[in-house]
Design a protein around this ligand. Structure first.
Ligand code: PMP
Length: 446
């Protein structure tokens, strides 16, 4: 389909913006410009309605332009637009911290605010190092991440992350080692959690033997990894990581930037998979993507370790934070977003509807032999496509572009199409999304 209006922007204007995680040269030849969004649909420059098949970037589970969030933001801008983040406070951050802790597993009730997922990861890793130093174990500085893991774009995030394309340009990062991912042969097309693959957690024992627990501060994993391909943990895997971390005095951090606040049909990935870590990083859905915000929930004992520092009480317990930590407008958006999730009972809805979603996405398998795996949980799915010309991203890119032309926004990462529709998506919308995807997959055979 040819677009009627590609862009109202000049080439010079297009060139001025170096776009994030974008093939800039391709985009600027064929711009895909979104002008507005409401509910589960964007509108582009041509006035076409486009279904939001990834809830923004896993951010907007409530859909777009939610009246209660818009109102909260508008009121907040008029009342207190900014408030210094250090040494002075405003009430909404405390209210939001309490509200977030209601969504967290029990014991993870100390909330540190950041401005994004990447900053949340940085915060969790810095706090892990500082925690061990406070306890007299300052040699515990190394981190363990996982192959195909994504933990943001910062130096710490790429170091513990395990997506090769995100690392190769940047040279040496923090000293980190990686567990293998859990996509094991034989687990393809398992619905929900696979029965096999939990043994991959035991690789942690090998890493501990190689590097010694006295040097390792924390293990960080996404309970369900998103950007690396929507990889669901096999049954028993996260439990085994928890056991090993406990046995060896290593902190376990769950990066829940995409899994917290409903995506899994549970309050968190921790709740969905029944394992409680020592810290949870979050962002995105906390404000429904409306204003940038991240946070980390720490277990109380970590917080207490810093509070019991023996120094005068005006002394900083930890020299860490951001100008935009607990930004009042983000806090207002966060309070409204989390209230809306509760009021609309959306977590239960995602859970109840997830078998419908599962059936829908797995229907793609039979007619499309280029699909090598389908994974799903809650309102998320990853569809892995066989590479062509030795280039894993080529087909997924073409499929995502063909979907855009058909009026559906989906995203790909490496060899996988990612899907994460908004929490209130109707069955008919799921069907039409998956039918369109079936058509775009078929085009690859022509
Ligand atoms: N961790 C995970 C698991 C993520 O999915 C992301 C973003 N996709 C991040 C961290 C980074 O978040 P941000 O882009 O807000 O810095």
């Amino acid at each position: 389909m040819s677009h009627i209006v590609k862009s109202r922007l000049t080439q010079a204007q297009l060139d001025a913006h170096w776009m994030a995680y974008t093939g800039n040269r391709q985009f600027k030849k064929d711009p895909r410009i979104i002008v507005s969004a409401e509910g589960r649909y964007y509108t582009d420059l041509d006035g076409r309605k486009i279904f939001d098949g990834l809830s923004g970037l896993w951010t907007c589970g409530l859909g777009h332009s939610v009246p209660s969030i818009n109102e909260a933001v508008a009121n907040q801008v008029k009342t207190l637009d900014y408030s210094p983040a250090f040494q002075f406070g405003h009430e909404k951050s405390f209210l939001l911290a309490e509200k977030i802790s209601e969504f967290m597993p029990s014991g993870l009730n100390r909330i540190f605010f950041t401005g994004s997922g990447s900053e949340s990861v940085d915060t969790a890793l810095k706090v892990a190092r500082a925690y061990w130093r406070k306890k007299g174990m300052g040699t515990k500085t190394k981190f363990i991440g996982r192959a195909k893991g994504y933990h943001g774009a910062g130096i710490s995030g790429f170091s513990v992350g395990g997506i090769p394309a995100n690392r190769t340009l940047y040279g040496q990062g923090l000293e980190s080692y990686h567990l293998p991912h859990t996509q094991v042969p034989g687990s393809e097309f398992s619905k929900g959690m696979a029965d096999i693959g939990k043994e991959r957690a035991d690789e942690l024992l090998n890493l501990i033997t190689m590097h010694d627990a006295s040097n390792i501060a924390a293990v960080i994993v996404e309970p369900m990894s998103g950007s690396g391909g929507v990889i669901i943990p096999p049954k028993g895997y996260l439990q085994r990581l928890r056991e090993i971390c406990d046995q060896h005095n290593i902190l376990l951090i769950f990066d829940e930037v995409i899994t917290a606040f409903g995506r899994m049909g549970a309050q968190t990935g921790s709740e969905a998979f029944g394992v409680i870590p020592d810290a949870i990083t979050m962002a995105k859905q906390v404000t429904n993507g409306v204003i940038p915000m991240g946070a980390v929930a720490f277990k109380q004992e970590i917080y207490d370790t810093f509070m019991d520092n023996g120094g005068p009480d005006y002394m900083l317990e930890i020299p860490h934070g951001y100008t935009y930590s607990a930004h009042p407008i983000a806090c207002a958006a966060g309070l409204a977003s989390l209230e809306e999730i509760k009021q609309q009972n959306l977590i239960a809805r995602v859970k109840d509807m997830s078998p419908v979603w599962e059936n829908c996405v797995h229907q793609l398998r039979d007619a499309n032999p280029i699909i090598t795996d389908i994974r799903n949980y809650g309102f998320a799915a990853g569809i892995t496509i066989a590479p062509v010309d030795g280039e894993p991203s080529k087909r997924p890119f073409q499929i995502a572009m063909s979907m855009w032309d058909k009026g559906y926004y989906v995203r790909y990462g490496a060899d996988t199409i990612q899907l994460a529709p908004p929490f209130a998506t109707e069955k008919a919308e799921m069907d039409s999304l998956i039918n369109a995807l079936g058509d775009s997959l078929q085009e690859q055979n022509q």
